[in-house]
Write a protein that binds this ligand. Sequence first.
Ligand code: KG4
Ligand code: ZN
Length: 337
Amino acid sequence: MLILGIETSCDETGIALFDSKKGLLADALYSQIAVHAEYGGVVPELASRDHIRKTLPLVKQVFAEAGITAKDLDGVAYTAGPGLAGALLVGAGIARSLAYGWDIPAVAVHHMEGHLLAPMLEENPPEFPFVALLVSGGHTMLVKVEGIGQYQLLGDSLDDAAGEAFDKTAKMLGLAYPGGPAVAKLAEKGEVGKYKFPRPMCDRPGLDFSFSGLKTFTLNTLHKSDKSEQTKADIACAFEIAVVETLAIKCRRALQQTNSTRLVIAGGVSANTRLRQRLEEMVKKEKATVYYPRLEFCTDNGAMIAFAGCQRLVAGQHENLEFSAKPRWDLESLKAI
Ligand code: KG4
Ligand code: ZN
């Protein structure tokens, strides 16, 4: 089964072709960083307009790369939510029109299910069941995964998501959007231990996250400091370590609580080198294994949507023509396959 995947939930247009037998045939990504950089964050209206401009040219590009035509396709998968309403509607509108015109089914994919399954595009994919840490710009979630569509939420962010905290910290430190990679780069020059930041919500039981207090702590520390370049690097380093330690503590708890030996991390923040190293250390002690996608599939991409859509279509799932975008969409409400 050959599926076209379309991702337009935020500031990246991701298009890919996934074949259930041959694997990933082609993928293309257009990042809107340059469009939003001068505003210091994503401007939803501009994101929608750019998705309109880029989606079809990228579809043509992946067809050419894979040497296929629309006649070869069995379905079109698109990100139906969660995400920016306008941006999602662009992807949903284009995907559903293409599917209608080509007389093949359209499959609505949950963006976080896409992230969660992304490590399965790698050579040594995790087997079910596993615990997944989903860390992106909009979400910080721990999920028990029994199979595709069988998701039990173990913990969630009560306020700012981990990626959002990185982005806001970057702004405070005068770094360019997107903030995560910029903070991580500055943190490399920081002195470990110069500052010690709190690990939010780790002193009480449970698996929920809260990063907004850490953000305020970072701001107060910056205000009280000499604001030199070295100090900013030390603060970036302390912030990154605090986020990474918090995530590692909660992941260990989740593995122990569920008796799991497999941990999957996915979403933009899973590209963070310090987080990957720390989790490798942690799982070793727990006699568990950690799985993550290749770097370019940590952040938003079309491959994960084509892959997730393909799994659902192979299982006979797609929806009627009335289905559209869902800016808010509960992961636990998905159907099992
Ligand atoms: O999954 P993603 O591309 O989009 C959403 O679904 O939100 O995640 C984007 C988030 C942004 O907040 C970005 O700053 C963060 O992931 N991010 C990182 C790194 N790369 C991206 N955070 C920390 N370290 C990184 N290397
Ligand atoms: Zn994402």
